[in-house]
Write a protein that binds this ligand. Sequence first.
Ligand code: AMP
Length: 328
Amino acid sequence: MEKVVSGIRPTGNLHLGNYFGAVKSFVAMQDQYQCMFFIADWHSLTTHPKPENIQASARTILAEYLACGIDPQKAPIYIQSDVKETLELYLYFNMNMYLGELERVTTFKEKARQQPDNVNAGLLTYPTLMAADVLQHRAHKVPVGKDQEQNMEMMRKCARRFNNIYGVEFFPEPQNFYFGEKALKVPGLDGSGKMGKSTGNCIYLRDDEKTITKKVMKAVTDAGPTEPNSPKPEVIENLFTFLSIASTPDTYQYFDEQWNNCTLRYGDLKKQIAHDLCEIVAPIRAKIEDYSANTELLDKVAREGAEVARASASETLKAVREIIGFRK
Ligand code: AMP
């Protein structure tokens, strides 16, 4: 059975970008693939070097993963820092990757712009740690959002280069997996490119109905359509993206027709989006509250997940050491 691995950094609560871009795919994949999902607490140090309570933050994401429907019996969940084998593979990959190619990664350049006083080596080698996360399990598929495409390209490069240097066919080249037909970018509702923790434009799975409705009703729009069948400006396209992920195809078509014949009222469209998002989020939010209160269960899930992940990673690392020429 093909293996699937993916993770999320515990730098805040899960938002709709994480959910529709990644976690929904995780849940859909757990019945068909051998899945493992992790919480990338080491990765979070690249942007948050002095976390307030990293263990509590990891538990928060764990509760949210479970509330979204990940079943740890089918898909073990572990915390990245519980599997030290990752670090060794990260070191080997770093030996084979070049400064120039790491510097060209868009997310590195973006982060370097966002935190000019802390352009650390962890940011630069973010893709090699991500490659170690996935390749230590020799996984084939990685469910991620559109923003991760370049990091995935780097991951395949790590695998290919290792295989070429040592003349082996050891690592697979993991493919991006999307829940729909193509990579999804959940937009921000503030007119900015994407929903993201660092942009402060998120709707969280923990948000209640009132909060979600308020955020959606405040979404940036324009003066409205004037010409029939005209292309949608970006801010309106963003609203329709939400409609496509939260509502039924019939509802989408209904509002699309209204756009095309210039009768669309943005207030109605926003109300519909808010309503449909609340329907999706409300049951998840209730479960988050239940799981968050059960720290014993959360710790057990993480402990058991770490055991599975360590067993899988240590098998890979033994083979890697042997391939390079170290003692096993
Ligand atoms: P992060 O929150 O940056 O650790 O991202 C965790 C996962 O959520 C990755 O697979 C991302 O691709 C996905 N993700 C984050 N924000 C978005 C977004 N706005 N649209 C689609 N996917 C996203």
